[in-house]
Structures are given as structure tokens and as C-alpha cells.
Design a protein around this ligand. Structure first.
Ligand SMILES: [Zn+2]
Length: 104
């Protein structure tokens, strides 16, 4: 968090906003929880577990709104789509190849 979500004052590291007094500790806790989920999601992505990564990223986005999380969700969704549909294309090619062998 760089700025207070209420008054946009620059955050000075305190638990309360120096300008409006908003309690920031719950927001910081949510931000940290979201970042832990992002780290776990990236580890899952590296292991090829994109569905699990997408679930973690979706939870992170539900906890804490940040454009970076939306970008990661889009990336994970694209990876998931590719795994599903490129696998289907590969299956179609295999089936088509088998049919050509049978015909030929
Ligand atoms: Zn404030």
C-alpha cells in the first residue's frame, strides 16, 4: 500500500492514516494474504498446475484489488485455455493422422 484508500495520503508505515486516521492494519493484512497467494500461484504456474494457480489468483483478487493480479489472472486463464484447446488440437491431429493411415 502506497496511499491511504480513503484520503490518498502517502502511507508512512503506521497502522493508522496520518491524515484521516483510517485504521490500515486490516487492509495491510489483506494485502499480505493476497501476496502470499500470488507467490503460491506463481509456484503452481512453474509446476504446470495452472488450474490451481488460477484458483489462488482468483482468491487473491477477491481479497485485494490490484491491476497486477488481474493481469496474472488473464495470463493463467490463457495458459489454461491453451492446455485445454491445444490438447484437443493435438488429439484431433492424432485422430486425423490415424484416419489417414487407415485410408492410405
Ligand atoms: Zn487517510
Amino acid at each position: 500500500m502506497e496511499r491511504c484508500p480513503n484520503c490518498r495520503a502517502r502511507w508512512d508505515g503506521a497502522e493508522h492514516c496520518r491524515r484521516c486516521g483510517l485504521e490500515l492494519a486490516p487492509l495491510l493484512a489483506a494485502e499480505h494474504a493476497a501476496h502470499r497467494l500470488i507467490v503460491r500461484a506463481l509456484r503452481h504456474m512453474g509446476e504446470g498446475e495452472t488450474q490451481t494457480a488460477l484458483a489462488d489468483l482468483t482468491r487473491a483478487r477477491d481479497i485485494y484489488r490490484e491491476p497486477f493480479i488481474d493481469l496474472l489472472c488473464g495470463f493463467a486463464r490463457a495458459e489454461t485455455w491453451g492446455e485445454t484447446h491445444l490438447g484437443e488440437l493435438s488429439d484431433m491431429r492424432t485422430t486425423q493422422g490415424a484416419a489417414e493411415v487407415e485410408v492410405g
